[in-house]
Design a protein around this ligand. Structure first.
Ligand code: ZN
Ligand code: MG
Length: 511
């Protein structure tokens, strides 16, 4: 009996196993391409099948299958592209060379066009298909070497050494090799997307062996897959745009310890050509910053260049809906140019109000920023102040704004806000960054006004004693007028502990 039972359960197990097997077989047949899956299984290190053909050392003979040369930086008006391509083939054999141009160069570049040299233009040409304007499509080799125009590579051994260096140095994503007599140096590079800013902080310490930003003319060798994983591989000026992206990805770049490429000829020697090249570089940098949203560039000297909005351009962000400016959705804070323009507007408004002795004080978020760190809250989008309504008559600028929109001598725009009975001072007619001025009046010792913003907790009445007397507080690069007992005033409006516990912006709860 016991024996029978075991045989029965055994045949049951066998039956179940059979079923499972058949089931898997059916599933397997349904899979789109099981031959490639087999290849994948055999190749367990996670290397895609397409790369297996790159096994073994780099040799002179397989160089053309392993390496592509890319030339991205050149000028239409002064280049040595034809000579560069010819020289590459002389020293390396017929490796694929790609010249990536913004537009079809004019005057035309005489290239002996064949499958090993391609001119790829990035600008749309509606007579061609999409992939022909998409260079990534063409890079089939294991490595890419991106060189400046007029670079002379001496022999294939130079490339071999670079590849060796790339592989022997831990965590190295790219290797830089000097071109001509350039002395390469390292600079610190800090890219801060949240603050729309980038800083170049002088020479990089020699204690680390990698380089955040290589200065001086150089070529860059990297794996093609590295290059392909960039969001903006062809952005100019190259390789600066590469280092900005590498910094965000925390990639390490090293300078080769030996080896140097030569130059075929000196470009941009003639003054006018030099000037044109510099102009073009500046324009490209501006375009790149615009595209990725860098609005402040701080140089090693500490001097800042602003690339964002100005009096002549519109504000960097659109109309604010539900107290949530669009930059917060991008995970970024107020653009530096906007903070700068807001500070300028605030300083201007304070000086006008001081001059005509209008009693004003910082309100809401602006006072909160002043209490926290003497400046506008880094994710705020305007400046708010309160004034005594009776004082409006004392100030021609304000009383005029009651009747009409008024542009003052420094091009700030004074007007009555469309949203209600308060004043708004805009940075300019085009740029609508602004200071809001809310007129309050005293009713039996309570400061009040006629319209309120339902969404703003801090928009409330308050005891007049906070304004008797007014005090001064450091704000936005100047001394601004403020209520007395700032902490008490802010806690009265926002709640206890508001100064020390910033509510960081998020999608639900911006301020
Ligand atoms: Zn701006
Ligand atoms: Mg505000």
């Amino acid at each position: 009996m016991l024996l029978r039972k075991t045989t029965l359960s055994r045949s049951c197990v066998a039956c179940v196993l059979m079923c499972v097997l058949v089931f898997y077989l059916i599933i397997y047949q349904q899979l789109p391409d099981h031959s490639s899956m087999q290849v994948h299984n055999r190749n367990h290190v996670g290397q895609p099948e397409s790369l297996t053909r790159f096994e073994g050392p780099l040799t002179k003979d397989n160089l053309a299958e392993r390496l592509s040369i890319i030339i991205r930086e050149f000028e239409n008006f002064d280049n040595a592209l034809s000579e560069t391509v010819r020289s590459i083939w002389e020293s390396l054999g017929k490796v694929p060379v790609f010249i990536i141009a913004d537009d079809l160069p004019y005057p035309p570049v005489p290239l002996n066009m064949n499958s090993e040299a391609r001119m790829i233009t990035l600008s749309g040409d509606l007579t061609r298909n999409y992939s022909s304007t998409c260079p990534m499509h063409f890079f089939q080799t294991q490595y890419v070497l991106i060189i400046p125009d007029a670079t002379k590579i001496l022999d294939w051994k130079q490339v071999q050494n670079l590849v060796l260096f790339l592989h022997t140095q831990k965590h190295t994503k790219a290797v830089a090799v000097p071109v001509g007599n350039a002395e390469l140096s390292c600079q610190d590079l800090n890219v801060d997307m949240k603050h729309w800013s980038l800083s170049l902080n002088g020479n990089h310490s020699q204690a680390t062996f990698y380089c955040p930003l290589v200065k001086g003319s150089h070529g860059l060798l990297m794996k093609t897959e590295t290059f392909k994983s960039l969001a903006e591989p062809f952005a100019r000026p190259f390789p600066f745009t590469f280092y900005v992206q590498a910094s965000l990805k925390n990639w390490k770049v090293r300078i080769t310890k030996s080896g140097r490429f030569d130059v075929l000829s000196q470009l941009y020697e003639e003054p006018h050509s030099h000037w044109k090249h510099k102009q073009a570089e500046t324009k490209r940098l501006r375009t790149f910053y615009g595209k990725i949203g860098i609005k402040q560039e701080t140089l090693a000297s500490g001097f800042s260049n602003f690339y964002g909005c100005s009096k002549d351009t519109s504000r960097c962000f659109g109309t604010v809906i539900n107290d949530m400016p669009e930059y917060l959705y991008l995970g970024r804070w107020t653009p530096p140019c906007c903070l700068k323009a807001l500070r300028e507007t605030a300083q201007h408004v304070f000086s006008v109000l001081d001059l005509c002795q209008v009693r004003y004080w910082l309100e809401g978020g602006s006072l909160l920023g002043a209490a926290r760190h003497h400046d506008i809250i880094p994710w705020d989008y305007d400046v708010d102040i309160g004034i005594y309504k009776v004082d409006v008559e004392k100030c021609l600028t304000l009383s005029r704004a009651t009747k009409e929109r008024y542009i003052d001598e420094q091009l700030f725009v004074w007007e009555t806000a469309v949203e209600g009975d308060f004043y708004r001072v805009q940075y300019s007619e085009t740029n609508h960054l602004h200071v809001d001025i809310f007129p309050f009046y005293s009713r039996n010792g309570t400061m009040t006004k006629d319209t309120w913003f339902g969404t703003h907790r801090q928009d409330t009445e308050f005891p007049e004693r906070f304004l008797q007397p007014l005090t001064k507080i450091k704000f936005a690069g100047t001394m601004a007028s403020a209520p007395n007992n700032v902490t008490e005033f802010l806690e009265y409006k926002f709640g206890k502990g508001v100064i020390d516990k910033p509510k960081y912006p998020n999608f639900q709860n911006p301020l």
